[in-house]
Design a protein. Structure first.
Length: 184
């Protein structure tokens, strides 16, 4: 059993490194993260007028331009991003998740969390490590179906938009993902 577990771990690490690598993402500078965050947000706004309208009303936007997710029975994901407030970066964060179960594949994607209330922004600042899926309430928005959302119908604390999905892995979700502030 130990041999199987070790083999699975090595396979997972090889897949992640081949697909973009956790080590490369962890070594990014502030300037590299800022550039990727702003490019990702511009691309999202070009595809979704609703996301752009929310961006104007949001108290803050937490953007992770490149999350690498992979696994075979044991899985994980990692990415770095930034919190944008008033068009400027005010902090850097990482996104980490681990899972165990029937799963297989590797995927790269990005997402943006639109923090619509002062309480959601305050929770991110004081939590020291926000585990998504617990609090505050998050609504996942499909970019293609986002036309039905307007800034007058927004009632939740946080809205999540996924983008740039590449690779093969069953499902995308935020449950169990932990976001922590990092020093850059």
């Amino acid at each position: 059993m130990r041999h199987l577990s070790l083999t699975i771990t090595w396979l997972f690490m090889a897949l992640v490194m081949a697909f973009g690598g956790v080590a490369q993402g962890a070594a990014e500078s502030r300037a590299e993260i800022d550039k990727k965050v702003h490019q990702a947000l511009e691309k999202l706004y070009a595809k979704s007028a609703s996301a752009k309208a929310m961006g104007l009303k949001a108290k803050g936007i937490l953007v992770f331009p490149a999350i690498v997710k992979g696994g075979f029975i044991v899985g994980g994901q990692y990415g770095e991003g930034a919190l944008i407030k008033g068009g400027k970066t005010v902090g850097y964060y990482n996104n980490v998740s681990a899972s165990y179960g029937l799963q297989g594949g590797i995927q790269k994607y990005g997402y943006a969390l639109f923090l619509m209330t002062d309480s959601a922004l305050a929770y991110l600042g004081k939590s020291g490590g926000w585990e998504l899926g617990l609090t505050p309430n998050i609504v996942v928005v499909d970019v293609g179906a986002a036309g039905s959302i307007s800034t007058t119908t927004v009632q939740s604390d946080v809205y999540a938009f996924f983008f740039d999905q590449k690779g093969l892995m069953a499902g995308i979700g935020l449950q169990g993902t932990k976001i922590s502030k990092i020093e850059k």
